[in-house]
Design a protein around this ligand. Sequence first.
Ligand SMILES: C[S@@+](CC[C@H](N)C(=O)[O-])C[C@H]1O[C@@H](n2cnc3c(N)ncnc32)[C@H](O)[C@@H]1O
Length: 227
Amino acid sequence: MVHCIGIGPGEPSWLTLRARDLIAGAEVVAGFDAVVNFVRPHIAPGATVITMGYKDQVEKLAEMAVHHHAGKKCAVVFMGDVHFSGFQFWERVERACGHRVESVPGISSAQVLASRARVCFDETTFITFHRRGDIEPFKKHLASALEVGRNAIVIPLPWSFMPKDIAADLVARGIPPQHKIEVWENLSREEASWHGTLGECTRDFSDMSILVIRALEPMPTGLEGEP
Ligand SMILES: C[S@@+](CC[C@H](N)C(=O)[O-])C[C@H]1O[C@@H](n2cnc3c(N)ncnc32)[C@H](O)[C@@H]1O
């Protein structure tokens, strides 16, 4: 059995009990170096640990798949939740194994951001630029989400499409620079936040950053007129 496991935003108390137990019970734990490091205390002594980077992920996942096909229990760890900005890696795991692989949800950085910045998911579009391939369709999608009055929670692409590039691109597409924006760094750990408008967003942020761009007009809550 292989599980793709979301480990939460980094700080250990945000790891779910289910994720912790699956990691502790795994004979093989694989993932990007930084992500594996967050869960090292939970990995069983004697388990095989396969760490990887962007360049060697296909070969390292193939190595994990050999263990899997030999009957070993494998866990592949993901930052946050598997289902936000994790699909390409999940698909690579499945390609390596040759079949579908179960996911185990984790607490996404988007959820922590929503909590800190008081964002309603129902009114929000989620977009990641942290992906391989052409990001132009996602740039257009972000602009159109804001045009129809939705908020957007956005993961930048280190280092070529960071918050200041996203803001400049939106303004160039005709999105009003008055949209409010918040950029949050290192959520659940040494958190830092910056608040301003699209027009004011010109500074640099770390690669561990996520942002919310608010709709110009908040959607009606349905509670208007209630005492
Ligand atoms: C490949 S994406 C994975 C996102 C992850 N699946 C999630 O649900 O949070 C990695 C990017 O997510 C953002 N991110 C992940 N954890 C974060 C955190 N604790 N604080 C701020 N941003 C974070 C950063 O932009 C980081 O470069």
